[in-house]
Design a protein around this ligand. Structure first.
Ligand code: ATP
Ligand code: MG
Length: 556
């Protein structure tokens, strides 16, 4: 992978555990991990942390990582989500060894359930869903045993098989593990392991009328894949006893170790598939890949490179302590990456015409301009030049303040990569609006200042004859509140002005040409920020998204 992987990794207690396991030859020194999304939404930044961890640990210790769809819920899952997940993992730069579906294990899981029944470790409960809920107890109160808990093994077997044949309606009965209704851990109070659902499954078809529950499915899927380290987020800590119970009771040939780590939380961001679906369905954003979304698709469309996201994950490390990353931290990691890795180009967002009054045939029409000020490897590009230019409106002032570093009447500035110009006159329309500046260029100033000569500053520009009119989409934070989930309805914290569209910008020709290729490049528009070409644009009508501003704007 790219040089960015040289970023020193922050503390990661899971790495220490794996190192220790390898030293002790646990699992014959092998490392096999998996990333197990449920295909019920698009992946988001939180998943990126888990992907980088699972694939990263496998890579670091010469092991393998599987991509597994944890598709136990026929109602909420979809192929669209599955396809997007594959695309996103690949875009992030990772390669799975095997692509699996938990639903491919349904037959095996069913046989294991029969084994639990035969051992007296599972029973069919005919209580109603409400009764089951009410009898489960609370954090301070024991649960109550089901009146069906002591059913005979043969009866349990017969009923479970009939459930599977579709003989009973949804909710009529469930299969429960027989553990302990008095356990202080609610997950161990005879958890449901199978329920009846007369629903077709997007991957398994309409064969099944009973579906296994997540906790039961997850440990067995891990086991069937020979996972050595089953890495998951902290909310599963209380589920670990059940994970281990199932594998112990079935005396499986392999017993993966579940290790929990803190999930990623980021200021001004919602990281929950359920909430993100709401943002899309209720039209707060344009789609899943809207650049304001923290989805992988959104981050990609916003121009944040995969390598920058991997770098971010390496820098935040892995711990057991819950916390929230500051948005300025996230943005600074990305900004640093872009500063080093983005080619420069020029765009004028709010154009003001400049006429060069002494332009003549001896002057060059094409200038060579460096693509990166500190890195020659980026090379040069050709930028056209003529007597008619655009500069940024705000780079000229009729009444400049004292330390004005830009253009003013009688003042000189350097045009980036070009000549020094001096402003002689400003032309106004009948309303008093400035419509054009008349400037003179100094022929001796191309590329360098003659001795003793010092222009006022450097500004960006484009050649009005070749520049292409473009749409610029300026995005800002989607939420006003650093912790939208702390508010009762997170939608109340949505920033109504998170998208500003600038329609009359001009970009240099090379930026329009990128639309004739399939490339997606995040540029630094000189003095403006980082911008990426958007799929809605074309070489006739370029569209760019703002990725990030040039400077940290937090705390201001
Ligand atoms: P969501 O709450 O957004 O629905 P999830 O945890 O239900 O997420 P899964 O599809 O089950 O989504 O997640 C796949 C993997 O990604 C799991 O191992 C999960 O722990 C991990 N994951 C999800 N969100 C985060 C997060 N914010 N930080 C780190 N890992 C996460
Ligand atoms: Mg979930």
């Amino acid at each position: 992978m790219s040089a960015i992987e040289e970023t020193p990794a922050a503390a990661n207690f899971i790495r220490n555990i794996i190192e220790e396991d390898i030293k002790n030859n646990k699992n014959q020194g092998k490392v096999q991990t998996r990333f197990p999304p449920e295909p019920n939404g698009y992946l988001h930044l939180g998943h990126i942390k888990s992907i980088c961890l699972n694939f990263g640990m496998a890579e670091e210790f010469s092991g393998n990582c599987n991509l597994r769809f944890d598709d136990t819920n026929p109602e909420k899952e979809d192929v669209e989500y599955m396809d997007s997940i594959k695309e996103d993992v690949e875009w992030l730069g990772f390669h799975w060894r095997k692509l699996n579906h938990a639903s491919d294990y349904f037959e095996k899981l069913f046989q294991y359930a029969l084994q639990l029944i035969d051992q007296g470790d599972a029973y069919v409960d005919s209580q109603s869903p409400d009764e089951i809920k009410n009898n489960r107890g609370t954090l301070t109160e024991h649960g109550k045993n089901s009146p069906y808990r002591e059913r005979k093994i043969e009866e349990n077997r017969k009923l479970f098989l009939e459930m599977a044949e579709g003989k009973y309606p949804d909710g009529a009965m469930v299969l429960r593990a027989k553990i302990d209704m008095a356990s202080p851990n609610i997950n161990m109070r005879d958890p449901i392991i199978y329920r009846i659902r007369h629903a077709a499954h997007f991957h398994a078809g309409d064969k099944w009328k009973v579906y296994p529950m997540y906790d039961y499915t997850h440990c067995l899927s891990d086991m069937l894949e020979g996972i050595t380290h089953s890495l998951c987020t902290l909310e599963f800590e209380d589920h670990r006893p059940l994970y281990d119970w199932v594998l112990d009771k079935l005396n499986t040939p392999c017993h993966p170790q579940q290790i929990e780590f803190a999930r990623l939380n980021l200021e001004y961001t919602v990281l929950s598939k359920r909430r993100l679906i709401q943002l899309v369905k209720e039209n707060f954003v344009r789609n899943w890949d809207d650049p304001r979304m923290p989805t992988v698709a959104g981050l990609r469309r916003r121009g944040i490179p995969a390598a920058a996201l991997r770098k971010f994950c390496r820098q935040i490390g892995i711990s057991k302590a819950d916390g929230t990353i500051e948005m300025s931290y996230f943005e600074n990691v990305i900004r640093d990456y872009l500063n080093q890795n983005s080619p420069r180009a020029m765009a004028v967002l709010s154009p003001l015409k400049v006429r060069i009054t002494n332009f003549n045939d001896n002057l060059p029409r094409i200038l060579k301009v460096a693509n990166h000020p500190q890195n020659e490897a980026f090379g040069n590009r050709e930028v056209s030049f003529s007597d008619s230019l655009y500069i940024e409106k705000e780079d000229f002032s009729e009444n400049p303040p004292k330390k004005w570093k830009r253009l003013a009447l009688g003042k000189s500035v350097r045009l980036r990569g070009s000549f020094v110009i001096t402003c002689d006159e400003c032309i106004k329309d009948e309303n008093g609006e400035i419509i054009e500046l008349k400037c003179r260029l100094d022929e001796n100033t191309l590329g360098k200042n003659p001795e003793g000569y010092k222009p006022n500053g450097v500004i960006h520009w484009v050649d009005a004859n070749t520049a292409v009119k473009a749409e610029i989409r300026k995005y800002s934070l989607l939420f006003n509140n650093p912790n939208p989930m702390a508010v009762e309805d997170f939608r109340e914290t949505i920033n109504p002005n998170s998208l500003e569209i600038i329609d009359g910008a001009f970009v240099e020709k090379s930026l329009a040409d990128i639309f004739n290729t399939s490339e997606i490049t995040t540029y630094q528009f000189e003095r403006q920020g980082y911008f990426v070409n958007d799929k809605d644009g074309s070489s006739e009508k370029p569209v760019f998204n703002l990725t990030l501003g040039l400077k940290d704007s937090f705390g201001k």
